[in-house]
Ligand binder design. Structure first.
Ligand code: GH3
Ligand code: MG
Ligand code: MG
Length: 401
């Protein structure tokens, strides 16, 4: 489910280039996980191939010596870690932590491989510096990782490389300075490019979330809308309930004589009544478990996972009495009180095994609201759903205020 949109929720930390809200950041990471893992796989395999291919330069520089073998071992280690990382991510496709841990590990081992290469071939120091600069760029922009990890790994590796070059004392001062400045340049531009990339991806996610929310929510009450109910929510909840053989209830409700509210107090006052009705319902359901949908006009629906008919009837009854006892201030000194009719139905997947269209459940809830209207309004009507289209029977519970 897309997170509720608010500007504060989508604030991005300028330092970490991540959403400051950890839930949104986690949502973002999971949303892109499959794509990011595919990018990581390509990047790591490419790097592994290049590290091993560069063993040729060791042979050309050192011939077939013990050092060549040692360098080949360290290059192979990078390749093994890279391939191992790909396998590990393949086995745990849903783990964001593993993605970043394996990316970081391969980067660190890749950077560490520069130590033996530089020590064994000190005369090629300028070339190693060039490779180090390129690898820093690879770490920043090519291997997907958290921005802060990329900065730490590339910057510390470059710094250590400069220290090794200083300790070797092979380069004159001007060459050392040029090399250090080139590495600084690679790190600076790399960090800027990486930060930009992280920000752009998050901005895209923010825009997508805003659009998804707009298409799934009712602007007046902030409730989910019928499209979300029919295209996502109900199917998802029914599938889950069926798989785990749980109960699922829905409560349909419709404000009584709402047209008269509009006619008497005006459309704006009617809107206020709708907003406070939605707020009252929302305040009585479980956060992040139950869902409230505005199906249209003054008709709402509640989806209650893991709730049996008795529990749902109890809740509907509490909602009915709370609404009847409350009123909405629509103008100074002018309060409007309304009542609503409720239709409650429940399916128990421990008993119901046959497949049925989700509309069958909604139809029964609608018919029960209709029956409640005919029964005098301000009433709850309830009936168990047995998995096939049903006509409302005599009410299980009826309460008239
Ligand atoms: P019943 O008890 O049978 O449900 O009667 P009712 O008057 O509530 O039902 P009816 O279907 O006749 O009228 C619903 C009214 O809801 C008509 C429509 O103008 C009004 N309505 C629908 N959407 C909105 C809205 O977004 N804001 C406002 N203020 N009114 C709305
Ligand atoms: Mg109505
Ligand atoms: Mg209606």
């Amino acid at each position: 489910m897309a997170p509720q949109v608010s500007d504060a929720a989508f604030a991005i930390s300028p330092l970490s280039a991540e959403f400051t809200d950890r839930t949104i950041e986690a949502h973002f990471n999971h949303h892109l996980l499959a794509q990011t893992k595919a990018q990581l796989r390509t990047a790591l395999l490419f790097c592994a191939a290049f590290y091993v291919a560069f063993a040729l330069t060791d042979v050309l520089s050192l011939g077939f010596t013990a050092d060549t073998l040692l360098l080949f071992g360290s290059r192979m280690l990078v390749a093994v870690v890279a391939v191992g990382s790909c396998v590990s991510n393949y086995r745990h496709p849903h783990s964001v932590r593993r993605l970043y841990a394996t990316a970081s590990l391969t980067e660190v081992v890749g950077m560490l491989a520069f130590v033996p290469v530089t020590l064994a071939r000190p005369e090629d120091l300028p070339w190693h510096a060039m490779s180090m600069g390129l690898m820093a760029l690879v770490v920043y922009v090519y291997i997907p990782n958290r921005f802060v990890y990329s900065v730490a790994i590339a910057a510390i590796s470059s710094f250590v490389f400069v220290l090794i070059a200083l300790a070797l004392g092979r380069l004159p001062f001007d060459a050392m300075l040029t090399m250090t400045m080139l590495l600084l340049l690679a790190n600076g531009f790399g960090a800027i490019a990486a930060r930009r990339y992280h920000l752009i991806r998050r901005e895209e996610f923010r825009v997508q979330s805003v659009l998804k929310n707009l298409s799934e929510r009712d602007p007046l009450t902030g409730c989910h809308n019928r499209r979300y109910l029919q295209q996502e929510l109900l199917n998802m909840e029914l599938t889950r309930a069926r798989r785990f053989r749980l109960g699922l209830s829905v409560i349909a409700c419709d404000i009584d004589f709402f047209k008269a509210v509009n006619d008497t107090y005006g459309h704006a006052a009617g809107d206020q009544v709708l907003v406070s009705f939605a707020a009252l319902l929302r305040g009585m359901i479980r956060d992040n478990v139950d869902s409230l949908i505005r199906c249209g006009g003054e008709e709402f629906l509640l989806v209650l996972p893991e709730t049996d008919l008795a529990g749902a009837v109890l809740l509907a009854e509490r909602m009915r009495t709370a609404l009847a006892a409350s009123s909405t201030q629509v103008a100074p000194g002018q309060a409007v009180g309304v009542t609503a009719s409720f239709g409650v139905t429940s399916v128990n997947f421990a008993v119901v095994t046959q497949r049925f269209p989700q509309e069958a459940l909604l139809d029964l809830a609608d018919q029960l609201v209709y029956a409640a209207k005919h029964g005098g309004r301000n009433t709850v009507r309830a009936q168990e759903f047995h998995g096939r289209p049903t006509k409302p029977a005599a009410p299980v519970q009826q309460a008239v205020g």
